[in-house]
Ligand binder design. Structure first.
Ligand SMILES: [Zn+2]
Length: 248
């Protein structure tokens, strides 16, 4: 079975708080409204369609949040920029708050962590990486400007349109960045294991892997491969060479 890989990006509102004091030492006395899920965009890797989901499209907030849980539930792997420290955790927080049970366990790929751990970029933000790698048009994003209107019951059509455009664009860029970084991801979830298939690249599911040297250890050597599809490196899991490839 082909693994289902979900690329997603959530937009979350600010906390609204009451308090007093000068800006630089403002004292929060009370939270009037906690952060909420505003909207998100998603795409299944390999599909052309980029979908957008807004809180305004659902009869209740809970049903909206439930839809995100449904998507994660369907996914074997989820990918987001800052997935491990933001998107996945924020999603869990919304599920818990709305009384939604956890989605089935998934593996996570965080393109921000990959950017930080494998490269030295000037900035690791999604937009900065897209500019640097020339993956998309430059656009000045002002989610903060859209938020106030978006969170009202009757936001303007312009706000809704721009929010949709920007959020979808982030997922398009996320996919491009992921595909660019993929061969460098050494701990990529093994998609060949998920597909239960031998002789398959553990990163991109291609069977077009080429023998390229060996991994040598004291107990012997294992065949090493490079994928002609994604350029990622892998090796036989055992020195006997049973065709199960793992990340090298
Ligand atoms: Zn590959």
């Amino acid at each position: 079975m082909k693994p289902k890989i979900l690329l997603y990006d959530i937009e979350v509102s600010r906390d609204i708080v009451a308090g007093y004091g000068p800006t630089y030492e403002f004292k929060v006395v009370k939270t009037i409204q906690h952060q909420q899920l505003m909207c998100f965009a998603y795409k299944w890797l390999g599909d052309k369609k980029v979908s957008y989901v807004s809180r305004h499209d659902f009869p209740t907030y809970k049903k909206f949040v439930q839809f995100l849980a449904y998507l994660q539930n369907e996914a074997d792997i989820v990918i987001a920029h800052n997935a491990n420290r933001f998107d996945n955790k924020m999603a869990n927080r919304f599920f818990l708050k709305e009384g939604i049970p956890p989605p089935s366990p998934y593996k996570s790929i965080d393109t921000l962590q990959v950017a930080r751990s494998k490269f030295k970029f000037q900035s690791n933000s999604l937009r900065a990486l897209s500019d640097f790698l020339e993956l998309g048009e430059k656009e000045k994003i002002t989610y903060a400007d859209l938020e106030d209107d978006f969170m009202t019951d009757e936001p303007s059509r312009k706000t809704l349109r721009l929010m949709k455009k920007y959020t979808q664009m982030d997922v398009v860029l996320l996919e491009r960045i992921y595909l660019k970084l993929r061969p460098f991801i050494s701990n990529h979830p093994n998609v060949a294991d998920l597909a239960q298939s031998d002789h398959m690249c553990p990163k991109c599911q291609s069977y077009d892997v080429e023998k390229r040297g060996f991994i040598r250890t004291r107990s012997g050597q294992r065949q090493r491969y490079q994928c002609r599809g994604c350029s990622g490196w892998s090796s036989e899991a055992t020195k006997k060479g049973n065709g199960r490839l793992v990340n090298a």
